[in-house]
Write a protein that binds this ligand. Structure first.
Ligand code: B16
Ligand code: MG
Length: 216
């Protein structure tokens, strides 16, 4: 019997990938690097600084900036990203999320957020579901980003369970690999590119049978 749920944020609870894309695309323009939608897929689930490093490699500019300049570029992208988040409302929850969280609450299944985003608490408050989560992993405390399983192990620990006792929900391959690497049951949420290695995949959380999932 599964005891806890661990959710990724971007692509599972809400679609903030479109805002990450716009902010990275504009920053890319300023430094002469083309960031298109296809390349943006590679940034899903990847931390802010690791995303910048990938963009610099993509534009063959990985040796052109000092650590301080990289910090400034990442901060500039984040300022733009946070501006784009200002109009977020509960209507931006992905289909089925609200009902799924309510159903989990009715069955007293604790829920955690395992997101690479340092903006997760702000986003969850905008979506009016912050109170619904029993734990949010602070990505600043982690040693390794996804696909390392650390964030999912930590989320299970914060809920008081082992990874095997939890179900993880992810839309990005990096996150899915992290979930599987710690023995957690993985639900892949399809948002674009195919996902490999999930125990089951859905397009929306409405497709899930909660009782079957708890017994998976
Ligand atoms: P921030 P997730 C990830 O969220 C995004 O998918 C990824 O594109 C982003 O770079 C990362 O959060 C860090 O976000 O700049 O807000 O700290 O999918 O792990 O919920
Ligand atoms: Mg995601």
């Amino acid at each position: 019997m599964k005891k806890g749920f661990v959710f990724d944020l971007d692509g599972v609870i809400t679609d903030t990938a479109k805002f990450h894309f716009l902010a990275w695309r504009d920053l890319g323009k300023e430094i002469g690097i083309d960031v298109d939608l296809k390349f943006n897929e590679q940034l899903k689930g990847i931390s802010r600084m690791d995303s910048l490093e990938r963009i610099l490699v993509h534009g063959k500019r990985q040796n052109d900036f000092t650590p301080e300049e990289k910090e400034a570029l990442a901060a500039k992208k984040n300022t733009h990203y946070v501006e784009l988040l200002q109009d977020l409302t509960p209507a931006d929850l992905l289909p089925g999320v609200k009902d799924f969280l309510e159903a989990a609450k009715a069955r007293q299944i604790p829920c955690a957020i395992a997101s690479a985003s340092k903006n997760a608490p702000f986003i969850l408050k905008k979506l009016e579901v912050f109170e619904r989560f029993d734990a949010i992993v602070d990505p600043a405390t982690l040693h390794k980003g996804k696909p390392d399983p650390e964030i999912f192990v930590k989320a299970a620990e914060l809920l008081g369970f082992t990874p095997e006792e939890c179900v993880g929900f992810e839309d990005a391959q990096a996150g899915l690999d992290g979930i599987k690497a710690c023995g957690m049951y993985a639900v892949g949420v399809l948002s674009g590119e195919p996902l490999h290695g999930a125990d089951q995949t859905v397009h929306k959380l409405t497709e899930l049978d909660l009782d079957a999932l708890l017994n998976a």
